[in-house]
Design a protein. Sequence first.
Length: 244
Amino acid sequence: MAELEFTFIGSGNAFAPGGLCWNGFLVDRRYLFEAPPQALMSLNRIGVGVNDIEAVLLSHHHGDHFLGLPFLLLQWKYMGRTRPVQIVGPPETEEIARQVCERTYPTVFDSPVEIEWVVAKPGETLRIGDLSVDPVEVKHDTKLNLNLGYGCELRGTQFAYSGDSALCDGVLDLARRADVFVSECSSVDEVTDVHMNLRDDIPRVRAAMAPDAHLVLTHLSDDVREAEGLANTVIAKDFASYRF
């Protein structure tokens, strides 16, 4: 099992509480999960070669996960990218991206960069470079067309990402199979039907995981600071890297 690096370009929930950057992370500096509004700024701050990112994987179409995508497209068009890039997301990801860019950067798709739009659907395993991806439906905003978590395998290591979700069968399934699980934890104790909290939900997520597996909490409120009593659990911090 290979060691992987998880680098967080942000760890906050939709309200950017306490000045946290919106949630998103890189795996081995090649695969970007989510495109939050500040994605390009954060990637430049941590010194990642933005043109070297191989793929962007989006869990759903809420703005805090999606609205950094036009800036990445702008970077790739004007700042020397030559390699193709894959953008993975629920159905209509390309259509929504084009609608946003038509009103904000209308020429951004007139670019020499080849973009492959990959539609992620539950039950259909994807191969993205050397990353294997199993999309899993999770419980979030029912007004969106689909909300996804991802179970992944890279160089023999199984990792997973919850996306935004309430506690549900999809989240627990991802937790059971992961050596590393990046899970949302949007509050300490707020009870909603679209997110998980630290008090009630995360202990159940941790209990579903293997004892030696690692849990990383993100999409946080600024009062989620400690994971007392939860084994092998880390609270993600903006611009921090973790190796497992």
